[in-house]
Ligand binder design. Structure first.
Ligand SMILES: Cc1cc2nc3c(=O)[nH]c(=O)nc-3n(C[C@H](O)[C@H](O)[C@H](O)COP(=O)(O)OP(=O)(O)OC[C@H]3O[C@@H](n4cnc5c(N)ncnc54)[C@H](O)[C@@H]3O)c2cc1C
Length: 727
């Protein structure tokens, strides 16, 4: 400033005084300057230099004329500006009031018909979905606070009775027992009810699914004729009593006994020790009058393994049956509308016909009989018939994910925080991290919707020889989906900030109620091991009774031929068209699946060859085995999503589903990129390009996100979250 000849002495003194830290400009002065600068900056472009802005400002105070003094000063000022660097270029822009940033301009668009997409989601079940939605939107189904257990449990029972009265409970049962004969509709009812109260869903599932289906699938005509009608109308509330305190995942180890007495043609059901009590049993604490009890069948002091028996718990008036002791499990983390209980049996006598005798029975001579000779096979065949629960639960969990996402995405679209200096605040859904958190979960939820439909169809149209595969599919999808539900609801909670934490916004209850989905109907980690073991024996059909170790040998040999050499061009290919090609995506998923399966088989075999006990060998590789299951399930989910995109006719829906499918595929590859890099299937340039594309897809899907949740068509009464319905 001192060297600038064009400044007068007064000007120089004034300016130096303003940059002296001991005599700074006053707040009022700064506000005045800001106002004056904003006036000229309002017509500024992002690229306008500070010097130009200054000259225009000075001219404004000189009747619009640029003085000679300023012309003379310009080169020096430009030098100062360039020394300050590029930021100064932006400085003027920061004074503008209406800044049009790309971030702020992103908004919800209607690029496809939500009605068409809803039709695709609902498929042939649209009619039953509409009926169930109408019922749960009824004032009678208004939520009750989970605060008072007695009121809440009574209301949930009342809701179940209401649904039973409409024929929904017996929907899956054959028509001759008053049922609807429509298993597909039953699963749809479970799923649609899940937009409402999840205690209702589980109580409904325990009564009509676990209790009813166990009698149906494990029993024979006499049981069907005697019980099915009353179970379907809820005249006969019941339980499914398998788990014991000491044996949850390891059901084969249960200790409850059913001892046969041939002279009286009765069984005595007995809890031999404190920890053999049945625990967590739904419907037991208050309402159950009977239960399917799993117990070891003892005849002439010989143990014939686990069978199922119908055992009374209470009389019609609710009085507990002699010899039965029941305790209430009390308040739980969620699902407090369900009365879970602990049951002890003290030599409770039941008639012989109460044995559910489809897979094992006691003949007229008092001898054990079974169409399946092997204990192990009989046990797993029996459990296999109950696979329906592993279809209902993930479908319910995925519906809860849809509710959470609808709440969080609608909120994110409206809620504004921060913005460019001087500009208006921006919807939080426009922020990249917000999109990164929610959009892949939205893609997962859509992906799971289609793969759970596929699972349901496979189950409904099953052939005997496909059962093992369907069981593995159900176990894997149940685990993947319920883990995804928990992750989704946690993210939705955080994405709604403080509002997400308020009970009125529903995420709390959705989160708490679905948490146990990861544990019941089989603990997820335990189920994933079953899936992996089933994958290891995938060639069993081809090789008849080949034992597991010969199969391991076979897979190891296969590895040499099936895994093609890695193509050096493909591992580096970063073209967008290549990355968005579902052929490439499926190949990547399949390669990973096959490679992990093969390396797991090789590892187990090597340990066994080196003399390790097979139990230890499987344990050493347990983590690897769970990865086998993950890779398999991820491949199935992608395959089904790709097929869905292919068969979608409506152009708008096809485009948005393809985007979601790409996001699912690429975000899974991104999640597993460590593996792909380790395996040399992709190079760093390619995983980086995938990361960039995931960002772009999140950005694109954001515009469709609200209509994508609208297509779930969740009744407002069910969502009821003020932040979701704009109250
Ligand atoms: C709310 C609720 C309702 C329920 N309703 C019913 C019902 O109506 N009827 C019924 O019969 N049961 C019911 N259950 C029981 C449920 O099915 C069991 O809790 C479940 O099967 C898990 O058993 P567990 O609790 O003994 O866990 P555990 O088997 O003890 O598992 C504990 C942990 O150990 C791990 N683990 C176990 N085995 C292995 C292994 N081999 N390798 C590695 N890790 C392992 C698991 O992954 C898990 O993390 C209910 C449970 C709850 C909580």
């Amino acid at each position: 400033m001192e060297s600038q000849q064009w400044l007068t002495e007064t000007e120089r003194k004034f300016m130096l005084s303003k940059i002296n830290p001991s005599t700074p400009p006053t707040v009022d002065e700064l506000m005045q300057w800001r106002k004056a600068i904003s006036q000229v900056a309002s017509t500024s472009t992002p690229q306008e230099s500070l010097v130009n802005l200054g000259i225009r400002l000075a001219a404004l105070h000189n009747n619009g004329k640029v003085s000679d003094q300023l012309v003379q000063a310009k080169p020096t000022l430009q030098k100062i500006e360039s020394t300050l660097g590029v930021i100064s270029r932006e400085a003027g822009y920061n004074f503008q009031s209406n800044r049009n940033t790309i971030t702020a301009s992103q908004a919800t668009q209607q690029n496809f018909s939500t009605d068409e997409l809803a039709k695709i989601l609902d498929g042939q079940q649209a009619d039953i979905i509409r009926k169930v939605k109408a019922i749960i939107s009824d004032p009678e189904f208004q939520y009750v606070s989970p605060g008072d257990l007695d009121i809440y449990r009574a209301r949930v029972l009342q809701w179940c009775k209401h649904l039973a009265g409409q024929g929904f409970g017996a929907m899956a049962y054959p028509k001759e027992f008053g049922g609807g004969g429509d298993m597909a509709a039953y699963f749809t009812i479970m799923e649609t009810l899940s937009y409402h109260d999840l205690s209702l869903v589980i109580k409904f599932g325990v009564q009509f699914g676990l209790w009813g289906m166990s009698v149906y699938f494990l029993g024979t005509e006499k049981h069907h004729a005697k019980y099915m009608k009353d179970i379907g109308t809820l005249e006969l509330p019941g339980c499914f009593a398998m788990t014991e305190t000491n044996h949850g995942s390891n059901v084969k180890g249960i200790e409850t006994t059913a001892t046969y007495n041939h002279s009286s043609k009765t069984f005595k059901i007995h809890t031999p020790n404190e920890y053999a009590r049945k625990e967590y049993i739904g419907n037991a604490a208050l309402h159950g009058q009977m239960a399917t009890v799993f117990a070891k069948l003892i005849i002439d002091e010989k143990d014939y393994g686990v069978s199922a028996f119908v055992v009374p718990l209470r009389d019609k008036k609710g009085k507990v049956w002699p010899g039965v002791k029941i305790k209430d499990c009390g308040r739980k983390m969620g699902l407090n509308g369900v009365d879970n209980g602990v049951i002890y049996f003290d030599h409770v006598e039941i008639p012989k016909e109460n044995m559910l005798d489809r897979f094992s029975s006691v003949n007229d001579e008092g001898k054990f009989e079974s169409p399946i000779a092997s204990d192990n096979r009989r046990f797993f065949t029996m459990l296999g018939t109950l696979v329906g629960g592993r279809i209902g639960i993930p479908r319910s969990g995925n519906a809860a994910s849809k509710s959470g996402l609808t709440i969080a995405i609608r909120y994110g679209d409206q809620r504004r925080q921060f913005g460019p200096e001087g500009g208006s605040e921006v919807p939080i859904l426009n922020y990249r991290t917000h999109q990164r958190r929610l959009m892949p979960l939205l893609a997962n939820t859509y992906a799971l919707h289609f793969s759970l439909q596929y699972l349901t169809n496979r189950f409904l149209n099953r052939k005997e020889e496909e059962m093992q595969e369907i069981e593995a599919l159900a176990a894997g999808l149940k685990s993947f989906a319920t883990w995804n539900t928990t992750a989704t609801l946690q993210t939705c909670r955080e994405c709604c900030g403080g509002k997400g934490y308020l009970s009125e916004n529903r995420i709390e209850v959705l989160k708490n109620d679905t948490d146990v989905y990861m544990t019941f109907e089989g603990d997820n980690t335990v189920l994933m091991q079953l899936v992996a073991k089933s994958r290891l024996t995938e060639f069993r059909q081809e090789f008849g009774n080949m034992n597991v170790f010969t199969i391991l040998n076979y897979i190891t040999d296969q590895a040499k031929t099936t895994i093609t050499e890695l193509n050096p061009i493909i591992v580096r290919n970063t073209d967008e068209a290549h990355l968005l090609d579902s052929g490439f995506q499926l190949d990547a998923f399949k390669y990973r699946e096959r490679d992990i399966l093969t390396s797991a088989a090789k590892r187990i075999k090597r340990h066994i060859d080196n003399g390790m006990d097979s139990f230890d060998a499987f344990n050493v590789c347990q983590h690897h085995l769970v990865e086998v299951a993950h890779a398999y399930i991820e491949r199935i989910i992608l395959e089904q999503f790709v097929l869905q995109v292919e068969r979608t006719k409506d152009a708008g829906c096809k485009t948005v589903l393809k985007k979601l499918c790409d996001l699912f595929a690429l975000s899974q590859i991104e999640k597993n990129k460590g593996w792909y890099l380790e395996a040399g299937y992709m190079e760093g340039v390619k995983t980086k390009a995938i990361r960039k594309l995931v960002n772009q897809l999140c950005w694109d899907v954001r515009q469709d996100a609200v209509p994508l949740t609208d297509a779930f068509n969740i009744p407002d009464q069910c969502l009821s979250a003020p932040i979701a319905v704009g109250r």
